[in-house]
Write a protein that binds this ligand. Sequence first.
Ligand code: CP
Length: 320
Amino acid sequence: MSHNLQLNVEGKLKHFLTIDGLDKALLTEILDIAESFAEMSGHHVKKVPLLRGKTIVNLFFENSTRTRTTFELAAKRLSADVISMNIATSATSKGESLLDTIRNLEAMFVDMFVVRHGTSGAAHFIAEHTAPHISVINAGDGRHSHPTQAMLDMFTIRQFKPDFSTLRVAIIGDILHSRVARSQILALNTLGAAEVRVIAPKTLLPAHVQTLGVTVCHNLTEGLKDIDVIIMLRLQKERMTSALLPSENEYFKCFGLTPEKLEIAKPDAIVMHPGPINRGVEIDTRVADGPQSVILRQVSNGIAIRMAVMSMAMQTQGAV
Ligand code: CP
């Protein structure tokens, strides 16, 4: 096993747990492979037999609409057998440990786990403890990482703005609780973006955020100048342990993206959001549904990116 748990001895992707430690060549390979799968979406028959005979289990310990559904669709389009477990009705609710759940599923000859969990590091923990032939894909762990979301975001950006080296990207909102923002910052810096700017009130930024390789701004009107790509984030109230904001109304006034504020960015700027969106809290409905929004394109691209990652990880099976 290589020092990076995610890579096999040949440096190929075995698990996909975090963007951290992956180089530009590997991220670009994921985007390029996804490109060929995205082209397939327009075909009458959208399936390929790449993962025929493989068994994939979706283990979502947290709620999801986009990630869970696109992982399931991606597995089906690769011809894998896929099971999405309903954790609420599984034996976890009777006190079974995470590791015991994994061991029991392994006994059913599973080839891959796709895991979403509220605890940071959960997917990594499973990858460390699962049988060597099984791949683990992180579908979001706590505040830590959401690597396939970041890659589908990079894929969407590349469709509209192919040269990362010229791009100024603003990530706006609740950076503190966002695993998506952490993964996006890593991916954008690895792909060579000219600037990653975070715009948020001080209470919604992690301590020492500059060390992540970003510039920091606390004022949306100032921060949107010269921006090519705007990424809005939801306020993650379910992860807030204390009141970090005066009110949602006040937040919208200061940090909500309205058509007037959008005009400050470059005229061809695109507007992104990983979802779920909260209209009138971080984004005005006219912007969310407006001509510069690529939010639903992000959702569609999730299928191609997840097909790419799953097929790459399965190709390395046997070479640990
Ligand atoms: N972006 C995202 O992770 O959405 P879901 O929570 O619906 O999967």
